[in-house]
Ligand binder design. Structure first.
Ligand code: MG
Length: 382
């Protein structure tokens, strides 16, 4: 059971113009998702967090609304501290703990967020921090004035969490300080002792291009690859349209099924669901449901792609083999691969498609049915 805290609101500040990165760094893609989306996902994993307020321009709010439905939004101010104040103005009346976090720190660990919130509850004020690794010099005109004692130096990160009244008092008394780069220094001026909560060096703020390379490597390191297999078989009946891999192929017969019977899409969808341990298409689209009678199998794929996104996964590779006596499939190989790339929203080079005859043996050999074996590989980057 997670340790309980009072109602906790988090203000995520993401108003930066990205002057060092060319465009706003918090919306740059990080392993397939905007940096800010990954930041918010870290807080979503913390049971002690009740409300997330995101301070960001309206165009970013529109993007975030595609990923989350329960965020509170407000727009940034002219300075970081103005943005924090805008965010704090939106916190719930019930909030007892308020945490402030940089939108450009996507790799913060949920455990460290929890540690920081619990420390704020206990001590009134807490910041995540790491011991400084470099020897730090104080310089003037490019000459060293003196060397600081490294053993007492900490680099402050975020989140920084406070009891509500501690932060509000500090913002009211010292929030006009334009030079302040974090809220802790305002709280320190009020005389409240701020607890240092050990974090890790992964919780880096993405500021310069190499920070993004580092973050990509960290996300990639945590990625998990999984594969799944799928199988399907449908009867071929005269007078029906034939769909293979989402492509209509002129032929006197088509697949008999509750949907259009596209064995290739069905087998691939089951392979993907297998890789995600997420059931099979017969559960998602029961053949007993009259409302989906005659649907295109492309709509089954669309539903499966939603499940892929819900699992924070990406399709890496698909491979399918159709076993049929007729029609001849080889002339359609490239058209079917292109159709699969379009339907599954994947690059063509990651899609394999092939066919086999059944050597005139049995029902498939007589052209009464066709079947498909498929394999899918997914990458899950939580
Ligand atoms: Mg089927």
């Amino acid at each position: 059971m997670p340790q309980k805290t009072g109602y906790t609101s988090v203000v995520i500040v993401a108003g930066g113009s990205g002057s060092r990165m060319g465009r706003p760094k918090q919306m740059l893609p990080l392993a397939g998702k905007p940096v800010l989306v990954r930041t918010i996902e870290a807080f979503k994993q913390v049971p002690q967090v009740h409300q997330i307020v995101v301070v960001t321009p309206e165009e970013n709010q529109t993007v975030l609304s595609r990923y989350f439905t329960d965020l509170t939004f407000t727009v940034p101010g002219a300075t970081r501290m103005e943005s924090v104040k805008n965010g704090v103005a939106c916190i719930s009346a019930a909030a007892e703990i308020v945490a402030v976090h940089d939108g450009a720190r996507p790799l913060v660990s949920p455990q460290h967020i929890e540690d920081c919130v619990l420390a704020a509850q206990k001590y009134g004020a807490a910041v995540l921090a790491v011991a400084v690794k470099d020897t730090v010099k104080v310089g003037e005109d490019n000459f060293v004035q003196h060397t600081l004692d490294r053993s007492s130096l900490w680099a402050a990160q975020t989140p920084q969490a406070y009891r509500r009244e501690v932060l509000l008092t500090a913002l009211e008394k010292f929030g006009h300080d334009k030079a302040a780069t974090d809220e802790s220094q305002l709280v320190e001026k009020t005389g409240v002792k701020v607890r240092l909560v050990p974090s890790d060096y992964k919780n880096n703020k993405i500021t310069t291009p190499e920070d993004l390379v580092f973050a990509e490597a960290m996300v990639e390191k945590q990625a998990v690859y999984r594969s799944g297999i799928g199988f399907d078989l449908h009867r071929l009946e005269p007078g029906r349209k034939l769909f293979i891999g989402g492509l209509e192929i002129p032929h006197g017969k088509g697949f008999l099924g509750h949907s259009d019977g596209d064995v290739v899409l069905h087998a691939l969808c089951d392979a993907i669901l297998g890789a995600l341990c997420a059931g099979e298409i017969g559960i998602l689209f029961p053949p007993t449901d009259p409302s989906i009678k005659g649907i295109s199998s492309v709509s089954i794929v669309k539903k499966v792609l939603e499940i892929v996104r819900d699992h924070q996964a990406q399709l890496v590779h698909l491979d399918a083999t159709i076993i049929t006596e007729e029609p001849k499939i080889k002339p359609h190989y490239e058209a079917i691969r292109k159709s699969l790339a379009c339907v599954f929203e994947m690059p063509l080079e990651n899609i394999s498609f092939k066919s086999k005859s059944h050597e005139h043996v049995g029902e498939i050999g007589r052209g009464e049915a066709a079947m498909c074996h498929a394999m899918a590989t997914v990458k899950i980057t939580k």
